[in-house]
Design a protein around this ligand. Sequence first.
Ligand code: NCD
Ligand code: ZN
Length: 478
Amino acid sequence: MTGPTPVDLVIHGGRIVHPDAIVDASLAVRDGRIAAIGTPDLMPTATETLDASGLHVLPGAIDVHVHFRDPGYTHKEDWGTGTAAAACGGVTTVFDMPNTVPAVACAEALAAKHAIAAAQARVDYGLYAFLGEETIDRVPDLVAGGIIGFKLYMGETFGKLPTPSTGAMLEAFEVVTPTGKRISLHAETASIMARREARLRAAGRGDPLAHLAARPEVVAVEAVSRAAVLAEWTGARIHILHISSAAELRPLAEAKARGVDITGETCPHYLFLSAEDYQRCGGIIRINPPVREASNQGPLWAALANGTIDLIATDHAPHTPPEKTRPDIFAVDCGFPGVETQMPLMLTELAPRHASICDYVRWSAANPARIWGLAPQKGAVRVGADADLALVDLEREMTLDDAALQSRSKISPWHGRRVKGLPIHTLVRGRFVMRNRALVPGTEGWGRSLHTIQAMPPAQPRNTDATMAAITGAAARS
Ligand code: NCD
Ligand code: ZN
């Protein structure tokens, strides 16, 4: 006589965190999915058991904004090092940005990046495609090639990809909307920044704070407002990346109130760093949009609490020390690594900011999964979902150390910062990718592209009789 086949893993003793509750329960994993949640005595027999006493069991973070630089800039990061950093940060899914070389702007480049990621990724992923003036015609091919969404740069940033005119943006929104895909926006207006930067340079400014002076809040406010108008007109789904200022919250909240399908993210650096850190960090702090005056932090936290901002992402943007320490601020590469430090930084600051760990899983996992159509398979610790888990010890303390980062980029403004609350184990579809704070060898290639499970709600295009295709007759012909 044979009994039921044992499950692969049972985790006992942990506190499971949902967006609305914390439940002390055991959990069973079979074939990469959560097979049961309940009291210890009711768990099936298992090949392996893990004692998670003292740990909180969170859905692994879904970081919808990373730059893994591969192909093209692998001296900064590659899929192996980037996803090692994710694994050691409690992050089980990443969405990678298209500003690589070549940019993910055609089906061939997309296929090439898929091949690299499939071979090296330790965590699950989605790939963004570049949406610009020249790629509007390629939208169907890019969607067919397997993407999580589109990225549109309204302002110039690292990689210097061209920014589309408002006219091209409108047409791009018209074309993407029926596909159901969300368009993520780098919402800074190029022309305002270019003009101010030129004037600052001419005036001899090359100090770190000149970067902030070139990109005041209006740069973002104008871009968010304009993008919201175009999304409202077309019915496009949009996501505002890296919200840095209190001033952007008003156009964002107003658009939400009007029924625009608009979501937003902020990043740890806007919540924890401020203009006061430029002196200490120099060029290391240079990032787009800039870290701003400390008065923005309170409103950003409040917007997370009230849902105006939906989620936390990192904009993990690795560069090398020489690229970050050039004397002229305008010659310093923009960005710094973050995928590995987001969770400890956030867990440390929840209580002082009157937020809970339940809020945190809403921002880090549940909302990203819902917004990109990955729920209910991702983003929650529930029966049937993928066993993507971050087991965290809220009492464990550490001093962040750039030299200890998995990322190839060992330079960040977080160096020397004390944190309390660390991921101890990370599992992706039931497999340990970090165990006892150590990267698990041999996990490269375990990650999967999630475009295959993505299920966005039906598209709701508007003003379809006035689209470029409609007025030129292209819609009727095709
Ligand atoms: C990003 C990068 O380095 O790719 N840099 C940055 O300053 N945020 C690009 C971006 O997200 O704007
Ligand atoms: Zn950006």
